[in-house]
Design a protein around this ligand. Structure first.
Ligand code: CMP
Length: 138
């Protein structure tokens, strides 16, 4: 079934000049871009976005990393978008990401792991709405 996922190109990948290559890989893999913006997270916004991880030991570093520089936020659509996008980006820890995946190609560490991908339809909707108005994600 056709559904949507939400992604961010994280500060490491933006700083390293990989926006174009990552967007190219995403579109060539059959994802349609519904919404796209170059923006940034303040520490407050990053803390809010990753609220579900608030109790995890990596939360503080995650929030500080995600607010360390500009990001690209996007809503993507495809058949089986959630699962296919997670396959395309590879494992959270880039040292475990399969060859050819976005994290294998562009990520350096578990925090600086180049991209985010939603883990469910419900979270894709919540995360997309965090960055885009109803009109922008029509
Ligand atoms: P992301 O998919 O954006 O969601 C939460 C992020 O926390 C994850 O990517 C990683 O970049 C980061 N992170 C840091 N340490 C861990 C960990 N041990 N397990 C999961 N995520 C981690």
């Amino acid at each position: 079934k056709t559904n949507r996922t939400f992604t961010m190109i994280k500060p490491d990948a933006v700083a390293n000049g990989h926006i174009g290559a990552i967007v190219d890989k995403i579109t060539k893999s059959g994802f349609k871009i519904i919404a796209l913006k170059y923006t940034f997270l303040t520490p407050e916004k990053a803390g809010q976005f990753y609220e579900v991880h608030a109790a995890r030991p990596f939360y503080k570093d995650l929030v500080s990393f995600m607010s360390s520089g500009p990001i690209v936020a996007a809503i993507l659509e495809k058949d089986n978008a959630i699962e296919d996008f997670r396959k395309l980006i590879g494992a959270t820890d880039p040292s475990k990401a399969e060859e050819g995946t976005i994290r294998n190609l562009f990520a350096k560490s578990i925090d600086a792991n180049a991209v985010h991908g939603s883990d469910s339809d419900e979270n894709a909707e919540i995360e997309g709405s965090f960055f885009f108005s109803a009109f922008e994600k029509f």
